[in-house]
Write a protein that binds this ligand. Structure first.
Ligand code: EPZ
Length: 429
């Protein structure tokens, strides 16, 4: 199993190109099921979760044509769901990636039936899908759970409805938005999530002929249509990748220019970093982030749905706060168990006390390298940040978590001067 070795202390300085957003690409890929025309997606990130979703779609029978750019990175992907012949999403694929649940509503809307494995929980929480199922039922689907599978049918198609989500859910909003595009009549989604990845999905659906109003707000109004056409769409830049590397600049007292990102995609995170003493400057090609060594101030953070501080940057912010001047109270309001990085950061000398949904972080002068273990995607990136600033060598195990959502992270950080290498059992890669 691969490990990542980091020898900390180098101030990072350079430019990092920001990839397309994994969390936009995943629903965009499932949107291909809504039409028998060809949907072509560009700027897809080259990460494991995208490969898993493509595998799932190919299992359903979607014809997928992938291309490569001259530098070997992923080029545009064309998907055609004309030949779909299997509406079952099997457990062995779904258990590897919860976002597989996003095939549910598109399959029911287009083919009148779907049999999707319940995704099961993951390291950060039980992550049920009850909001997806309740809303799909309101659109007229008949849903039963049997042997760990969701059996959904709508032989006469879906019918528009007024749906009020009891709390904000990114995935449920995406699933039902896609289903509603092919439902008869009007659907109104209230208390809908407003993440930029949802706005990106809605824009792609518009290009496919969907009729959606209220994009970017918490109320989406969809007029169902008989069929959708193909389209070409470029995936929005990844605000979480950008925020992660912004914090890499901050924690090493360095300077990184994030190419291709727009400030509006991660305003709350950048505002919080500014409060913590980080300099943020918009440039011709993106955003420059810099900090003075030892110049970070402890600030309080609470995660919230967009446009609030993103839960997917909470672990990375905590790593930064472990070496801040002063204390920081970090409150995780979205997931019930998203502090798995705390004991690993503590192994590196961090001073963190967890009380329920909040963690009190007291800054220490320096972390120390150690052997640590990644537990989930964003926790693993917080360990990378901590190791970049720590004294000595850190070895991070289970780096397959990182591969799910960070495209070429070793290469991107090494290009900015990090002493970082990926080691397999057979030596450096
Ligand atoms: C999406 O997950 C993202 N994943 C997550 O990113 C992100 O952390 C999350 O949204 C919140 O922003 C993708 O987009 C693929 P939710 P999702 O539905 O849709 C509860 C990463 O690191 N809930 O907004 O699963 C749920 O348990 C990943 O890239 C229900 O109770 O998140 C959670 O506590 C991690 N019932 C809260 O709502 C439901 O039916 C928010 O979940 C649905 C959700």
């Amino acid at each position: 199993m691969d490990k990542i070795r980091i020898r900390g202390g180098n101030r990072l300085d350079g430019v990092i190109p920001i990839a397309g957003a994994k969390n936009a690409a995943l629903p965009l890929l499932t949107a291909s099921l809504l039409t028998d025309d060809t949907l072509t997606l560009s700027n897809l990130p080259d990460v494991a979760d995208i490969k898993t979703m493509i595998q799932l779609l190919q299992h359903h029978g979607v014809a997928v044509q992938e291309t490569a750019k001259d530098d070997g990175s992923r080029g545009p992907v064309s998907l055609c769901a004309g030949p779909v012949n299997d509406t079952t999403a099997p457990y062995d694929l779904v258990r590897r990636m919860r976002a597989s649940i996003l095939v549910l509503a598109p399959l029911v809307a287009r083919f009148g039936a779907a049999r999707v494995s319940l995704p099961g929980g993951c390291a950060i929480g039980t992550r049920p899908v009850d909001l997806h199922l309740k809303a799909l039922t309101q659109l007229g689907a008949n849903i039963e759970l049997s042997e760990g599978y969701i059996e959904a049918t709508a032989p006469n198609g879906l019918t528009g409805a007024n749906i009020v989500f009891p709390f904000v859910s990114v995935g449920a909003t995406e699933n039902i938005l896609m289903g509603a595009c092919l439902a008869r009549g009007e659907t109104v989604l209230s208390n809908a999530a407003r993440e930029p990845e949802i706005t990106d999905l809605a824009r792609c659906l518009l290009a496919m002929g969907a009729r959606i109003e209220g994009i970017g707000t918490d109320t989406l109004r969809i007029q169902g249509v008989d069929h959708l056409t193909g389209a070409e769409h470029s995936v929005v830049p990844d605000r979480i990748e950008a925020g992660t590397y912004a914090m890499a600049a901050a924690i090493t007292g360095g300077r990184i220019e994030l190419a291709g990102i727009r400030r509006g995609l991660l305003e709350a995170a950048l505002d919080k970093l500014s409060q913590a003493g980080v300099r943020i400057t918009e440039t011709e090609i993106g955003i420059e982030v810099s900090a003075e060594p030892g110049g970070i101030i402890g600030v309080d953070v609470m995660t919230e749905p967009f446009p609030g501080f993103p839960t997917d940057l909470q672990a990375q912010m905590m790593a930064l706060m472990t070496v801040a001047n002063g204390a920081s109270m970090i409150t995780e309001s979205i997931f019930e168990n998203r502090f798995m990085h705390v004991p690993e950061l503590a192994r590196m000398g961090a001073d963190i006390n967890v009380h329920g949904a909040s963690a009190m972080v007291r800054g220490v002068p320096r972390l120390k390298g150690a052997e640590v273990m990644a537990t989930d995607l964003r926790a693993s990136s917080s360990l990378v940040l901590a190791a970049l600033a720590a004294e000595g060598e850190t070895m991070i195990g289970r780096v397959y978590h990182l591969d799910r959502g960070y495209e070429r992270i070793v290469r991107k950080l090494a290009a900015c001067g990090a002493d970082i290498a990926r080691l397999s059992d057979r030596g450096p890669i």
